[in-house]
Design a protein around this ligand. Structure first.
Ligand code: MIC
Length: 648
């Protein structure tokens, strides 16, 4: 039977279950990816499993998020991660070497492999035809320890690409078009597979852009065929030997279809405050722009930055615009420098920063009050930039550069009146430099490495098993599409506490309700009520772990985002969805809920869980696997894994 590519890669890695959408499957994971913001906790979790050395084929730890060193904390975390990477056999990419996704593409990615990353943008590796999935740190720690990754089997959504992008339109516009059509919920439970004649017109790094922001569609991941464009990129990286050709069988089918004629796309922009709030750039043309940032985890490749360099070459950025460049990697920066791009940026008045995530995760670069910021980043959830009431727009490097030149939002095709389309391609052979990647030590030497834990590394909290009757109070009620940025903010004030749960828990829901943490702790057992797509966005498990630390025992929502739901179970929070979404309207903060015999019901496999409130009963659904039920009962996955190990 003719098969699509996603199915072929999944089949080659299937360890348990069958490829029936919605049922639980277990996948063998080849590569693991950690970054520093989620990685300190994941590394502590890995250590708690008592495994001597990583068992995945390749494990990489990147330091790319917490780059500001305003006190000891981030530097302590870097030292901890460096020593742990050495001890356990993990490649360590040093601060300043670049964003995990870009560096992994450059130096480690292999077509047809699976990867699990503690970062929702891990699917950037779609650029090299990997099935790369974002997950909570604990799931990645388990994969590092050799466990398979469990997930609901996704549906495969085939998107046929035809035609060719017009000048001044690029990969970002393709994914913005997907978001315009399908919204931030459109990819939930799906792998998006791109196919068709238009694919060959996109470079590996364009494909990475599209894969990266598949996360914004809520997709499990995205995948592209591995073809001559993939080989071209790998050869340019001196890694042509890892290339293999991969494609869907002719005549295969998909669970769902869409088609994009690349020739018909125009420059698009996502308006505040959601990545799916997409309009053509021309519709908001003329809006005064205060800040532009090109780069970070998406649109930070050589092609993207060099395109901006060429646009700015011989021009000056408008005087009122702060124009910033965040290179995706040291390699990108070195190659831009080698081709004279750096000088073009400097002479144009751009601020060039070190390679890393930076403003994308609120590590600096926050815009001023009411300022309009155009960013090539993947997300613009409220307050994510670090500024309350921020006005962040997401766009392509071309649109960002046009705003830099004209000082107002401008359709980049207007640049065509000033200059020819630069048509930049990635280099045929990159200048290579792996001096900022520390390779794993041989096992004997690794065994002698001492793990460095500074005062910022606080041990993982213990959680008790689930009680039989759960009585809890509604602490907060929120609306639809609440992102993990709202639940557990990032930014330079909060991120340094990622390895200190008691400290970070004080910031839970800080934007909406600064008293949340006090109330939750005071009440003992708490519940949060949410709308649709609750917990979308980042993979940060702290959005489950910190609320659990504060006593949140259940979340009741209309629906959940995939990674957040898995994280809730991992830390013993019961994810219940309303059977009748209208019951959402009946609940209010302060309501006292009782779920009698919750534990017994979970043991019996009950899917419908009645909840009592003020003399009424409403029904909720617990849609999780049998394995997840055991984890909930144990008080979380770590407790469950430890229990199993003790039994063996
Ligand atoms: C994000 O874009 O939100 C991040 C920063 O990459 C996060 C990771 C984090 O919260 O540390 C993600 O998407 O997983």
């Amino acid at each position: 039977m003719a098969k699509n590519l996603a199915t072929k890669i999944l089949e080659a890695h299937l360890m348990e279950g069958e490829l029936v959408p919605g049922t639980e499957i277990a996948l063998k994971i080849d590569h693991t990816l950690l970054q520093d913001a989620t990685g300190t906790m994941a590394m502590l979790e890995f250590m708690a499993m008592g495994v001597d050395r990583v068992k995945a084929e390749l494990a990489a730890q990147y330091i790319d998020h917490n780059l500001l060193q305003t006190d000891n904390k981030n530097a302590d975390d870097h030292a901890f991660l460096t020593s742990a990477a050495q001890k356990f056999g993990v490649h360590l990419s040093k601060p300043g070497n670049g964003v995990s996704h870009q560096v992994h593409l450059e130096r480690f990615g292999v077509p047809g492999k699976t990867m699990l990353g503690a970062d929702s943008h891990t699917p950037s590796a779609a650029g090299l035809s990997m099935i790369a999935i974002g997950a909570g740190g604990l799931d990645v720690a388990l994969a590092m320890a050799g466990h398979p990754f469990y997930l609901p089997c996704p549906r495969i959504f085939g998107v046929k690409l035809t035609g060719q992008l017009q000048p001044w339109v690029s990969g970002k516009d393709v994914i913005l078009e997907m978001l315009r059509r399908h919204t931030v919920k459109g990819g939930v439970g799906k792998i998006i597979e791109y196919y068709g004649p238009g694919v060959a017109t996109l470079s590996a790094t364009d494909r990475a852009t599209i894969g990266n922001m598949g996360a914004e569609l809520g997709a499990t991941t995205s995948v592209f065929p591995s073809d001559h464009r993939t080989r071209e990129f790998l050869e340019a990286q001196g890694r042509g030997d890892v290339w293999t050709e991969l494609s869907a069988d002719p005549g295969c089918s998909y669970d769902e279809y869409d088609e994009i004629d690349l020739s018909s796309l125009e420059p698009l922009i996502a308006c505040p405050t959601s990545p799916d709030n997409v309009v053509p750039v021309r519709e908001i043309a003329g809006l005064k722009v205060d800040q532009v940032i090109v780069g970070s985890s998406v649109n930070s490749s050589f092609r993207d930055l060099m395109t901006v360099c060429r646009i700015l070459d011989g021009r000056r950025v408008a005087p009122h615009v702060s124009f910033n460049i965040n290179p995706g990697s040291r390699q990108v920066l070195e190659n831009v420098v080698a081709q004279g791009g750096f000088m073009m940026l400097l002479l144009a008045g751009a601020q060039v920063h070190q390679p890393g995530c930076l403003g994308c995760i609120g590590m600096g670069q926050a815009p001023g009050t009411d300022q309009v910021s155009l960013r090539t980043f993947p997300r613009n959830f409220p307050g994510r930039s670090g500024t309350k009431g921020d006005r962040v727009y997401l766009c392509s490097p071309e649109t960002g550069a046009a705003a830099g030149v004209f000082g107002v939002v401008t359709d980049p095709r207007e640049l065509g009146k000033l200059m020819a389309w630069p048509a930049v391609e990635n280099p045929e052979r990159y200048q290579l430099d792996d001096s900022s990647i520390i390779a794993p030590l041989p096992a004997a030497e690794a065994a002698r490495v001492e793990i460095v834990t500074g005062p910022n590394i606080v041990p993982f909290p213990d959680f008790e098993p689930l009680p039989d009757d759960l009585s809890a109070e509604v602490i907060l009620k929120v609306g639809d599409n609440i992102s993990t940025d709202t639940i557990m903010p990032a930014g330079n004030k909060v991120l340094p506490f990622r390895s200190n749960i008691p400290a970070i828990s004080q910031f839970v829901f800080d934007q909406l309700d600064p008293e949340f943490h006090l109330r939750a702790k005071e009440k003992g057992n708490g519940v949060v009520v949410g709308g649709e797509n609750y917990g979308q966005g980042s993979s940060r498990e702290h959005a489950a772990l910190a609320p659990r630390y504060l006593g949140i025992r259940a979340k009741i929502a209309k629906s959940f985002a995939r990674i957040h739901k898995a994280n809730l179970v991992n830390f013993g929070i019961v994810p219940l969805s309303f059977k009748d979404p209208a019951d959402y309207d009946l609940l209010n903060p302060g309501d006292k809920l009782l779920i009698p015999h919750l534990r017994t019901m979970i043991i019996r496999g009950a899917e419908v869980i009645p909840v009592e409130v003020g003399g009424r009963t409403f029904l909720t659904i617990l849609d999780i696997s049998d394995r997840q039920r055991d984890e909930l009962l144990a008080g979380g996955t770590l407790n469950y894994v430890r229990m199993q190990e003790n039994e063996e």
